[in-house]
Write a protein that binds this ligand. Structure first.
Ligand code: 5AD
Ligand code: SF4
Length: 453
């Protein structure tokens, strides 16, 4: 296995990576670094020193892409300052825009999410007149054999990709087109990666997939040895009782009772589920092709809470999807009030070229209405987050220390099992230690705690 920490060797050519978008992209940048480190590169966080500048990009909403176009202009200034600097756009935006990114020779390399192994040869082949592109999607690539080089600074919490791609084709979503078909990674390599992280001092792993509930490893010889997500969770949880296990993202249509019971069975599987609802209106959910309705979603929440009463539940919401009526919007608000999510990522609908929605439904909700609805959703969630946090007052929690709190260096911060951020006085512990605390007061974002024991 290769080194899981960045090498710091000044004589090596330098690579600079900016990462946009989801946790999966963060982990992909670590895979990229591993591949390039094996080729003799070293990471730099100073763009002025880089021989190769990469942006690992996101296409999920138009504003994510617009930001990256702005960054490309900045990267190009480096070429004016220093000869030979190579600029690469990798990830979802590379996959979506393909050779459009090479028009006018804006960048030197375009590489999609399944072609990171070819980055060394692409870099070698670049000349001032010959940009390089590889946007082939694969049905097999999971980078299973590569140990990502961890770029986090605190060495406590790491991501493990358990699958790639998505087969769901929700009508608004570009991900199936940029990341390709779903494929699961060999569970043996996942468990090995978790163990390696634990042996290197990590205390928490987050298993990542677009839809972890559809994880399925098919054994080539004996179907009895197939591994589903609940079984994988259990295998990773058994690495060590002091290694916390998280996962993301769950799909309401697929999250099984078996997963919920497995979570309940192991103390070290964190009691938090990110369960994107997208809308509270069954009509909108149908148009979004989510394959569940409002009642199904509420039943899943009910099941989770009946088995794991303290489970944190967070969500994603889209405001102003095609044809959304005022009543559909009210349905989203009422669902949020009924569930009382701990927190939510909330977005205005952004039409993505090539998706089913872009082809079939006009993006007909005026910008001002989308924004108004989004603001209403955000304001409600802020009240719901406070309400959910208030329920924690008086509870005793076990927190994994992430480091000093941002506001006050005499205090520490870290997350409880339910993923809520806690702040409490320091007794000299460091990142990676566990602390027992009691919640004394709250804001909508933080639990303020006192020390126990
Ligand atoms: N517009 C707005 N939000 C979107 N998401 C995905 N596609 C779009 C889109 N076209 C949101 C969904 C998803 C999250 C990762 O991003 O809420 O769960
Ligand atoms: Fe996109 Fe739906 Fe797949 Fe999530 S499950 S990545 S929203 S298509």
């Amino acid at each position: 296995m290769n080194d899981i920490r960045p090498v710091t060797d000044d004589s090596r050519p330098k690579i600079y990576i900016e990462t946009y978008g989801c946790q999966m992209n963060v982990n992909d940048s670590e895979v990229i670094l591993s591949i390039l480190q094996d080729e003799g590169y070293a990471l730099t966080d100073d763009m002025d020193k880089a021989d190769v500048i990469l942006a690992n990009t996101c296409s999920i909403r138009d504003n994510a892409e617009q930001r990256i176009w702005g960054r490309i202009d900045q990267f190009r200034l480096q070429k004016k300052k220093r000869d030979g600097v190579i600029i690469g756009i990798v990830g979802c935006m590379a996959e979506r825009l393909k050779d459009k990114l090479l028009d006018g020779h804006q960048v030197d390399i375009v590489a999609g999410p399944d072609s990171y192994r070819s980055l060394p040869s692409l870099i070698r082949a670049v000349t001032p007149d010959t940009p390089q592109i590889n946007v082939l999607l694969s049905h097999e690539e999971t980078y299973a054999d590569i140990s990502p080089v961890r770029m986090d600074r605190n060495g406590v919490s790491a991501f493990i990709s358990i699958m790639r791609g998505c087969n769901n084709v929700c009508s608004y979503c570009v991900v199936p087109y940029t990341r390709g078909a779903e494929r699961s990674r060999d569970p043996k390599t996942i468990v090995r990666e978790a163990r390696q992280l634990f042996e290197n001092g990590y205390k928490e792993v987050t298993l990542l997939g677009q839809n972890v509930d559809s994880y399925l490893w098919k054994d080539s010889v004996n179907a009895d040895n197939d591994v589903n997500f609940a079984q994988l969770l259990e295998m990773v949880a058994k690495t060590d009782p002091s290694l916390r296990v998280r996962f993301s993202t769950s799909h309401p249509k697929d999250i099984s009772d078996e997963v919920i019971y497995t979570m309940a069975m192991y103390d070290n599987i964190c009691k938090h589920i990110h369960l994107p609802v997208q809308s509270g209106s069954s009509a909108m959910l149908e148009k979004m092709r989510r394959k569940y309705n409002r009642e199904w979603y509420l039943e899943r929440v009910h099941k989770i809470r009946s088995v794991i009463p303290d489970c944190g539940i967070t969500t994603d919401v889209i405001a102003g999807f095609c044809g959304e009526t005022e009543q559909d919007h009210r349905d989203t608000l009422s669902l949020m009030e009924e569930v009382v999510f701990d927190s939510a990522f909330m977005f205005a609908y952004s039409e993505r070229p090539g998706t089913l929605a872009a082809r079939k439904y006009p993006d007909d909700i005026p910008y001002s209405v989308k924004t108004e609805r989004l603001n209403e959703i955000i304001a409600l969630q802020s009240r719901m987050s406070l309400k959910s946090n208030e329920k924690e007052i008086g509870k005793r929690l076990r927190v994994l220390v992430e480091g000093p709190s941002k506001k006050n260096s005499d205090e520490l911060c870290g997350r409880a099992s339910n993923n809520k951020m806690c702040v409490f006085p320091s007794c000299g512990e460091k990142a990676g230690d566990y602390c027992e605390v009691e919640v004394v007061s709250v804001t909508s974002a933080t639990l303020i705690c006192r020390r126990l024991g």
